[in-house]
Ligand binder design. Structure first.
Ligand code: GDD
Length: 316
């Protein structure tokens, strides 16, 4: 079996590649940059440079790799940045997905069993009433960020491609995922970087934060990628699945846990520039659909994920 992961050099891509290799799957990935073959713990990851800018180029790539599974991870995933670059976010998340889906429609004539997983987000739900919690896949989409709107568009497109062209596609809505190696710009690495600097005496004790009152549903990235693989194998075609823990944690709790795990005695300071135009107060998801259609069970406790993330920050 062969898999192609778009945007493989991102945070989730490398974890997914490791997991697929551990299942005996040959793994290829696309990256914007030219990259040599990457030796991972479980095998080699073959990387091809492709910007996903052209249906023809993607189709040629599919004809040469002949994947059984495509995991479409490439995209602009930063919610705050999507306010600053709305057009770039839509091009990266919507237009490039259209190029990929069109290439898949063409390629599916040669390999009708190929399956595609597109990655959306809980941000597609946007403004959710407290009576709608925990959020089900059937909850109305009212995205409240350009990022959320772009991913909601993808979720609608895949249903059209499935119905119109019989494309074997499944769309996943992961809630917040965290773990070692996540880049700055997301809440846990933003906090751990400062805590490590304070621990090392490289920075004064002030830890700058944004909105601490939001509730989020966190899952370890290592559990998330197992869910992606389960869904590409057993998910129902044309369907949408949440991946989440089902538990809400406030950002303030995350911050306090990280401060306890560190030896920093940090002084917290809310920083205006980190506050977003709109920040959804409550995202807690429902995960019964993925659990009933696949064998997915998340394994990592949040405290272990935070500890691993902090330790990885210390070794950077
Ligand atoms: N990034 C960041 N940095 N967020 C902060 C900070 C900070 O210093 N302080 C507080 N926050 C708050 C944000 O305002 C938000 O309420 C929450 O922490 C989580 O922020 P992010 O980690 O940036 O994640 P997100 O919820 O906006 O989006 C993430 O999750 C989505 C799934 O729900 C991203 O990973 C998206 O790509 C993903 O789709």
């Amino acid at each position: 079996m062969r898999a192609l992961i778009t945007g493989v050099m991102g945070f989730v891509g490398k974890y997914l590649a490791e997991h697929l290799l551990s299942q005996g799957i040959e793994v290829w990935g696309t990256s914007r940059m030219e990259s040599p073959l990457l030796r991972l713990k479980n095998g080699n990851l073959k990387i091809v440079q492709n910007n996903l800018d052209s249906t023809d180029d993607i189709h040629n790539l599919l004809c040469s790799i002949k994947p059984n599974y495509i995991f479409h991870l490439a995209g602009q995933s930063n919610v705050k940045l999507s306010w600053e670059d709305k057009e770039g976010t839509f091009y990266a998340n919507v237009n490039k997905t259209i190029f990929l889906l069109d290439a898949c429609v063409k390629y599916q004539q040669e390999n009708p069993r190929m399956r595609i997983l597109t990655v959306g987000s809980s941000e597609e739900y946007g403004k959710v009433e407290s009576s709608e919690l925990p959020i089900k896949e059937t909850t109305i989409l009212r995205p409240m960020s350009p990022y959320g709107a772009s991913k909601a568009a993808v979720s609608m497109l895949i249903q059209q491609y499935h119905k119109a062209h019989g494309l074997n596609v499944i769309h996943v809505r992961p809630f917040n995922h965290i773990g070692p190696g996540q880049s700055l710009g997301f809440v846990v690495p933003d906090f751990t970087k400062q805590l490590v600097q304070i621990e090392k005496g490289e920075k004064e004790k002030v830890l700058k934060v944004g909105n601490l009152s939001a509730m989020r549903d966190f899952t370890d990235v290592r559990d998330i990628v197992e869910g992606y693989y389960e869904l590409v194998l057993y998910g129902k075609l044309g369907e949408i699945y949440n991946i989440c823990s089902g538990d809400g944690v406030s950002i303030n709790e995350i911050l306090n846990k990280l401060i306890e795990l560190s030896s920093s005695n940090a002084i917290v300071e809310v920083c205006e520039s980190k506050i977003r135009p709109i920040d959804i107060p409550n995202y807690i998801g429902e995960n019964s659909k993925i659990k009933s259609d696949t064998d997915w069970i998340p394994k990592y406790e949040i405290i272990r994920t935070l500890e691993d993330s902090l330790n990885e920050g210390r070794s950077r």
